[in-house]
Ligand binder design. Structure first.
Ligand SMILES: Cc1cc2nc3c(=O)[nH]c(=O)nc-3n(C[C@H](O)[C@H](O)[C@H](O)COP(=O)(O)O)c2cc1C
Length: 216
């Protein structure tokens, strides 16, 4: 394996979700994003990379609001269009945010975070040790009931592409704002589904850690 292909990690022991810290509100109204901020697209692309060492600095609500809006927020209120594409416009990917004070689902239409349950499930979002320390782990969840009209053989492919588009939006926002991020497919789907309290038809596809980069 070449140096470029090697992923640095320390496997973390499989522990139950940690107790939540801080106040877990039922709804968090997210601040509206700035629409004129950020570096030029090509600069963001130049900076895009995967990072696996994080400072434990908490994320501000302003940053979480912009990050989630960039990920898959509503950018055309007149039609309900999103920042990320999805086949047939089914928008079958839900974004879950594992924060120190609780597990939340992002509601793009309201631009709110909705409390799913009170636990610190960051350590359940992957096997790598940094996932429990970084301030935010996103999980991209396929809502199966949303794609019943998609032919079976296309469901997984289309959902993976939709999740990939959301990941890349997050990565470019992070690159623009000097945040660190890494997309992660190394997850335990069953344990993560339990930790997020998902329904039978909901499947975690990918995770993505976000935070401030650790000081060099
Ligand atoms: C679908 C997918 C799954 C990935 N899974 C992991 C993962 O579980 N853990 C990890 O540390 N990096 C993961 N990565 C990140 C890749 O390792 C990384 O993109 C690759 O090494 C290239 O490095 P770069 O992103 O800095 O260009 C994943 C990337 C993708 C697209």
């Amino acid at each position: 394996m070449t140096e470029l292909q090697r992923i640095d990690y320390e496997p973390a022991p499989l522990l139950p979700p940690a107790p939540a810290s801080g106040e877990a509100l039922d709804f968090i109204v997210l601040p509206r994003p700035r629409h004129d901020a950020g570096v030029p697209l090509l600069t963001a692309l130049t900076r895009r990379r995967s990072t696996r060492t994080y400072a434990d600095t908490p994320m501000t609500l302003d940053t979480i609001g912009e990050l989630l809006w960039a990920a898959n927020g509503i950018n055309r209120p007149e039609t309900g269009g999103h920042t990320a594409p999805s086949a047939h416009g089914f928008h079958e990917i839900d974004i879950y945010a594992a924060l120190p004070h609780g597990v939340y689902r992002y509601d793009p239409a309201l631009h709110h975070l909705v409390l799913k349950h009170v636990a610190d499930a960051r350590n359940m979002t992957g096997y790598q040790d940094f996932v429990a320390k970084a301030p935010l782990d996103l999980v991209y969840v396929l809502r199966g009931s949303q794609v019943l009209d998609t032919p079976k053989q296309q469901r997984e492919l289309f959902a993976a592409v939709a999740a990939g588009a959301i990941c890349q939006n997050v990565s470019l926002y992070c690159a623009s704002e000097g945040l660190a991020t890494v997309v992660r497919g190394w997850i335990n789907q069953r344990r993560l589904a339990d930790a997020l309290r998902l329904n039978e038809d909901e499947v975690p596809l990918l995770a993505q850690t976000v935070g401030r980069p650790a000081a060099p």
